[in-house]
Design a protein around this ligand. Sequence first.
Ligand code: AMP
Ligand code: MG
Length: 394
Amino acid sequence: MAVAAARAVMLGAAAPLAPEEVDLAESVGRVLAEDILAIRPQPPFDASSMDGWAVRSADHAGARRIVGESAAGRGFDGEVRPGEAVRIFTGAPMPSGADAVVIQEDARRDGDLVSMSAPPPGAFVRPAGQDFPAQARLLESGVRLDPWRLALAAAAGRAHLKVSRRPGLAIISTGDELASPGAAPSARQIFDSAGPAIAALAALWGAAPVARLRAQDNVEAITRAAAGAGGDLLITIGGASVGDHDLVKPALGDLGLRMMVESIAIRPGKPTWFGALADGRLVLGLPGNPASAMVCAELFLRPLLLALQGADATPRPAWARLAAPLKANGDREHWMRARLSYGDLGDTIAHPFGDQDSSLVTVFAEADALLRRPAHAPAAATGEAVEVLRLDRV
Ligand code: AMP
Ligand code: MG
């Protein structure tokens, strides 16, 4: 199946999970399941943007009589009449009658009087609602919260937010050759690098870990691990292909696996598959080669997790210019690991790594982006524009 078609099948199966309430402080990384509306304008009143003097702009230049003070959180209850001034501070409400502020550096105080030139109307005044008016739709359902959006929800006075439940994620790394990092590997084993990487990526994309399991290459072990793993989504790593030791699909057949995507026309990651178990859990089968697993996580797991949280799941590629020529591509969409740099004219330059072998963790550790070569793309020259998907490097 083509990459876009496979993703469409996955997203079609990923209905948003039920919403729950979280505290504002816990909301970063969560996806809003409600619109956030302003209950009042911000600022709620005309406010001074500087320390100075609140005056009537229609008054002539010269001395004004000081009649009071307006500080942030307090204000001045009287009225500023012609020839009068009120001492005012940043964030304080404008007293009625006054329509401009003269900053303190531009005024000279002498006892009960303060002298200044006439300011233009509205000088150094933040009008009520300058940031947002009452009833404004500040944040929309489906938006993922970050510290900047959190500031807006806080400015709207919200202590609790309705967000989508995090998708519970179970991960099973399969393979007799795998040793967990920290364990003592035999001479013929390698460390499980794909499992921890996929778990970490999923956490960035809002998943809640429910199980992190390992299974040997035998059907019973894989079935047992999968049966008790729980969560909304199961990821298997390895054993996805059609070799004698690729047993994940047969093992999940015992749990009523319904296949929806058998394999994908992508490089790396062709054995990637997708389906659902009889109990409703979705399953994404990733190949074990770390680069294959991480490319397919970016292209399929990220959208799946976002869709389960009710967020926009469409990958947003950008464009970059090739730093080196590329050969014509074959019949699978190729997602190459690349570094990005930035040219004098503000253009982005993509430097594909020379060795694109799907087992390489060193290359991924240095990559900034995935570079897309469509199926059957002709050879591309240096400087040609290519699509790139930036990695969320922390
Ligand atoms: P598989 O997808 O099981 O056929 O494995 C493909 C290749 O990836 C083999 O060289 C495996 O040893 C390697 N591999 C499988 N799982 C992992 C893993 N979790 N971490 C690192 N390498 C792996
Ligand atoms: Mg294997």
